[in-house]
Design a protein around this ligand. Structure first.
Ligand code: ZN
Length: 176
């Protein structure tokens, strides 16, 4: 396993619609493992193959979903869950949308306010080529939408109502 270089704007691969993955060979497995390492090292909670200069439809996400804690309950410690999805496709969206502040590993020093669906269903293939489907809500749904945008050559700044340079660390959210 190895770390890959994360490419940043205006690298053309980031604006290109990526090709579907067809071969589930050793090169693909290596790419997936490298992307997971690279995401964790960044650190980030999501990464799409074009962000490491590979124009293929492949995303990795690692995120701990925060369940809503009851008032009496101790806050539950949630282990981050890893998702590897090939040829991801958003197949269902909620009517409800939410605004949120996003940052991107490929867009250093900028954050932006982006409207996203509150819930999405995403289908694709796992690393062995078997079908998988994920129902995501809240921030996880946002991450999936951000990463699927990446494999379609869309950068969050193109969707943002406004973008700005964060002045404090609090303004810098988890990067994707
Ligand atoms: Zn991004």
């Amino acid at each position: 396993m190895a770390l890959r270089t994360i490419v940043t704007l205006p690298e053309p691969v980031l604006y290109r619609k990526a090709r579907p993955v067809k071969k589930f060979d050793q090169d693909l497995q290596t790419l997936i493992d490298d992307m997971i390492d690279t995401m964790r090292d960044a650190p980030g909670v999501g990464l799409a193959a074009p962000q490491v200069g590979v124009s293929q439809r492949l995303i990795v996400i690692e995120y701990a979903d925060q369940p809503e804690a009851d008032e009496d309950d101790e806050p539950r410690k949630v282990k981050p869950k890893l998702y590897v999805m090939i040829n991801p496709e958003i197949v269902k969206t909620s009517e409800e949308t939410v605004m949120g502040v996003e940052g991107c590993l490929s867009v250093p020093a900028l954050v932006g306010e982006v409207e996203r669906f509150e819930e999405v269903q995403v289908k694709g293939l796992n690393r062995h080529g078997q079908p998988m489907k994920v129902k995501a809500a809240g921030w996880l749904a946002r991450i999936f939408q951000h990463e699927v945008d990446h494999v379609n050559g869309v950068i969050f700044t193109q969707r943002a109502e406004r973008v700005w340079k964060p002045e404090t660390e609090e303004e810098e959210n988890d990067k994707v």
